[in-house]
Design a binder for this molecule. Structure first.
Ligand SMILES: Cc1ncc(COP(=O)(O)O)c(C=O)c1O
Length: 415
């Protein structure tokens, strides 16, 4: 093994992944399996943490990438390119916001930051954003201010504000996810100061918790009443993951009066390439004048062609319908063959959390290692919830295999 010259920012698995396993894919489709340098084959339920909706090496996706790469891969943002215009149009068409305008970026946190800048520009005399106590919005400084986990924020808090300590332009007040009363109280406490409320329609990192329709509609009403904007982070739950382009549409429906003011997507949007998009109303987009935001690589023609190809393959293969079917299918499989360590299977569509019971506050701590040993890659959220983020086309046989492998891992954990 050569010396590892990377920063030690990730708890490392001693595994080098090399390729998708084409021979385990249906003809003409991407693969749900991945191989490592030792020749081990895994069912990949991580998929770059939710970035692999089509499966590895989808032939049409690969062909679209070759085609775009042979034409043009980069262009300065001051020029239009066909893939960028096409991707913006596709995203606008699928978003719950009626008069949508789109900023295309690379990563999740980048479009979260774009949304922060936008709400602060649109509400210039307001300085508070309300975020949820168990939220995750990214790791750059603006996003980390909205992320709940104090361990991520700790060394930087002096750059970030809390509402009682008003030196910062953005101060963050927190409320429990789902608690409309608490958010209503914060609106009153910081009367005239709340620029926006930040919400993940399905919380991911905290353990896969979908918001109820009542909660989101209540947030919309509170924001309307207090002149605040409603901002939805769909980095993990969006781009088709739950069976509609925006998870918002599954949870709330498509009533334009209930739509968020700004919503953003990443992860699955690029079919594996870094593509993200912040989508807002035209009125909000107008608050971002020329030069107020930018990104050298964001919206480059190669990445945008990846987004366009991803969305068109999702349409052609009806992948949103198969994504929507994953949770009920797994619940059926688990119902027929339950495991005593599984407390709950929850989520929406292909964003699935399997909560594990057991001693202490991290009963699933060893499950990702054990599952890997038995042939499946998974992550564990908040120490107790095994997360499945499979390709959207993964059907009953793949889910049955995931359940079987998880069962083996859990049996071994008990022993
Ligand atoms: C809900 C949510 N917001 C923001 C992010 C940050 O995205 P990125 O890692 O692409 O910056 C993530 C990543 O997991 C996420 O799940």
């Amino acid at each position: 093994m050569t010396t590892d010259l990377r920063w030690p920012t990730y708890p490392l698995r001693n595994t080098v992944l090399t390729e998708g396993v084409a021979e385990k894919a249906e003809p003409g489709r991407g693969s749900c399996y991945v191989r490592d340098t030792d020749g081990n084959v895994y069912l990949d339920a991580i998929g770059g943490i939710g970035c692999n909706p089509l499966g590895h090496g989808h032939p049409k996706f690969v062909a679209a990438m070759h085609e775009q790469l042979s034409r043009i891969a980069v262009a300065a943002r001051s020029f239009w390119t066909e893939p960028q215009l096409a991707l913006a149009a596709e995203i606008a068409k699928r978003s719950p916001i009626a008069d949508a305008r789109v900023f295309i970026g690379n990563t999740g946190t980048e479009v979260n930051e774009a949304a922060i800048k936008q709400v602060l520009r649109a509400r210039p005399d307001r300085d508070v954003i309300i975020a949820m106590e168990t939220a995750f919005h990214g790791r750059t400084l603006g996003s980390i201010a909205l992320t709940a986990n104090a361990k991520y924020r700790a060394p930087y808090v002096s750059c970030l504000g809390e509402p009682e300590n008003r030196f910062a332009r953005m101060n963050v007040a927190r409320a429990p996810f789902g608690d409309l009363d608490a958010i209503g109280k914060l609106m009153v406490q910081y009367k005239g100061r709340v620029a926006a409320v930040w919400v993940e329609p399905i919380q991911g990192e905290s353990g896969i918790y979908p918001a109820t329709r009542e909660f989101i509609v209540g947030l919309r009403e509170l924001c309307n009443e207090h002149g605040a904007l409603l901002a939805a982070d769909e980095i993990q739950c969006g781009a088709g993951r739950v069976g509609t382009f925006a998870a918002w549409s599954t949870i709330v429906g498509d009533d334009p009066d209930l739509a968020p003011d700004v919503i953003w997507f990443a992860k699955a949007l690029g079919g594996g390439l870094p593509v993200s998009a912040c989508v807002s109303t035209a009125a909000l987009a107008d608050s971002m004048g020329r030069g107020t935001h930018g990104s050298t690589f964001g919206g480059n023609p190669f990445a945008c062609a990846a987004g366009v190809a991803t969305l068109s393959i999702m349409d052609e293969e009806d992948l949103l319908a198969s994504a929507a079917a994953q949770l009920p299918t797994l619940q059926k499989i688990a119902g027929a063959n339950p495991h005593p360590r599984v407390k709950e299977i929850r989520g929406l569509g292909s964003m699935i959390g399997i909560e594990i019971n057991g001693e202490g506050d991290a009963p699933a701590a060893k499950i990702s290692g054990l599952a890997q040993k038995h042939g499946m890659l998974v992550t564990v959220c908040a120490g107790k919830t095994v997360r499945l983020l499979l390709p959207y086309g993964a059907g009953e046989s793949i889910l049955a295999e995931a359940w079987r492998i998880l069962g083996k891992a859990l049996d071994e954990d008990v022993a």
